[in-house]
Design a protein around this ligand. Structure first.
Ligand SMILES: [Zn+2]
Length: 425
């Protein structure tokens, strides 16, 4: 089954998650957020497991220290969440940050790389069950406390661009395998240009097979729909096929509908945020304090649109109102959605997040139940219905186009055709 994993990135996601458990398979949470909310989050995770069998992964926040300064405040001090994370994982990280501004495993002594890798594994495996036991108190023993461990351990990852990154990646996976009781699921963090190079792309697969790894996350940086070419989508689709050929279960670390489509080529899961989180660039600079703009996820175009743009487009195409239980309860017409936009941001964010979680789940389950041909027919027909109105709507920026939809289809068709040719030879 294709795994739908939701990012639990902030405490404001809690409400949407609590009321959407039947629409997700698992969660992924930054280690720093767990360390800083060490009572509430382990207890929430226990409830999700008990109530709906929703598991979780912990993102190794040690990767945040590789570049930039978004983990420090204006005075240059390590921010609270990161600082609590360091206390829980390994104080050696604090020493290293004193010595240097950033921590890139490729610049460290092997001894430090191994030490931090194994501390990060231990945090992922032990922290949540430990806190759950502690909360239950001395007199109450939790049965099977290990059942509250994550689904797998994600080793410290590093952006792979050159030989030295492959070498340190190999050391990290080797150490993580030694340290872990749970299955190890490395995250291959790469650039689009790295996977353009066929040899490098093969080397990524080898990094896993040579370490006996059978599952991974795949994060291709900056896979923005408006800025990714067909060739780049083809490279990625080919990499997914190559991983599947080696019986490696690959999941996208950030994925939009292209990930869902790739389930036909052997991709076995994807991660996304409750709002956005479909693609990501390695964070370098401090984020501004401003919140994100609330957008409406529009199924037919497989993207988020500002609410007035979504309403305009749906009215132009005479689209039916969304059938999900959230929209069904709140909106009788697209006009109701437009009016809600005038409401407070807090009131509109939760329903927009919940709607997105439901639509993504439906897309995944639907694609899973149909043939590649049927999926392509359906998205091409939506594309035909929407392309001219998308272009005409003056609520949608002129710089945006729906060209990504034919690029996805062409990329998948080109890779599957290559496969046929190979099989025939
Ligand atoms: Zn909806």
């Amino acid at each position: 089954m294709f795994e739908a994993t939701l990012r639990y990135n902030s405490n404001s996601d809690k409400q949407s998650i609590n009321t959407s458990l039947e629409y997700i398979d698992s969660l992924i949470i930054p280690g720093r957020m767990i360390a800083a909310n060490s009572k509430a989050i382990p207890s929430n995770l226990k409830n999700y497991r008990d109530e709906a069998d929703v598991g979780y992964y912990i993102e190794p926040s040690v990767a945040d220290f590789r570049v930039g300064d978004d983990f420090t405040d204006d005075a240059g001090r390590v921010r609270t969440w990161h600082s609590k994370y360091i206390q829980q994982v390994d104080e050696r990280l604090a020493d290293l940050l004193e010595e240097r501004e950033n921590i890139d495993p490729a610049d460290l002594l092997e001894e430090d790389v191994r030490r931090i890798t194994s501390s990060s594994v231990e945090f992922q495996e032990k922290f949540v069950p430990g806190r759950i036991q502690e909360e239950a108190g001395k007199y109450d023993t939790i049965e099977n406390v290990e059942s509250y461990q994550p689904e797998a351990v994600i080793p410290w990852y590093n952006k792979i661009r050159r030989e030295a990154d492959f070498e340190v990646g190999d050391t990290i996976i080797d150490e993580a395998k030694d340290a872990a009781e749970l299955p190890v699921k490395p995250c291959l963090f790469v650039t689009k240009s790295l996977i353009r190079d066929q040899q490098r792309s093969e080397q990524l697969v080898e990094l896993l097979t040579s370490n006996g790894i059978d599952q991974c996350f795949l994060w291709v940086e900056n896979l923005d729909k408006q800025a990714t070419g067909q060739g780049e989508y083809e490279d990625l689709a080919q990499l997914v096929v190559n991983l599947a050929d080696e019986e490696i279960s690959a999941h996208f670390f950030y994925g939009d509908y292209f990930a869902t489509l790739l389930s036909h080529l052997g991709l076995e899961g994807t991660v996304y945020g409750s709002m956005y989180g479909e693609e990501e660039t390695e964070q370098r600079e401090q984020r501004s304090g401003q919140g994100v703009i609330t957008r409406y996820y529009t199924d037919a175009v497989k993207d988020f649109l500002k609410i007035p743009a979504a309403v305009d487009l749906q009215q132009r195409t005479d689209a039916m109102m969304c059938f999900c239980d959230v929209c069904d309860r709140q909106f009788d017409s697209w006009q109701d959605l437009a009016e809600m936009e005038q409401d407070d941001d807090e009131n509109i964010q939760a329903p927009m997040k919940k709607h997105h979680i439901r639509v993504r789940w439906d897309q995944i389950r639907r694609v899973e139940s149909e043939s590649l041909e049927d999926t392509i027919d359906r998205i091409e027909s939506d594309y035909q219905d929407y392309v001219s109105e998308f272009f005409r709507s003056n609520q949608i920026a002129d710089s945006k186009s729906l060209d990504y939809i034919p690029r996805w289809v062409n990329a998948v068709e080109s890779v599957t055709d290559t496969d046929h040719e190979r099989a025939e030879k």
